[in-house]
Design a protein around this ligand. Sequence first.
Ligand SMILES: [Zn+2]
Length: 95
Amino acid sequence: MNNRFKCQWCEDLQAYRSNGNVLWELPDGSKAIKISETPQILCNNCGIVYTEEAITIEIEDQLLLIETDQLGDEVSYRDLVKMERKLKRNYFRFD
Ligand SMILES: [Zn+2]
């Protein structure tokens, strides 16, 4: 049940997964939004809170592929990753 992780910074083995708010700048730099309930790793030994690389990549990819105009100032991580991706129609055109 209680999965423990190795802290990326101090290598303590008691880091754990939790969900929290992160402030994220949109890819176009127009504004920062709050993403709530984002999976994070917390370490009580060194006090760091960080977002895993896989989650970071997922959020960044998603923000590039959705219409960020639809976003308010706050979205939950779960709602964000569910948002429909808008691939430009000519994205796969080869002519
Ligand atoms: Zn640590």
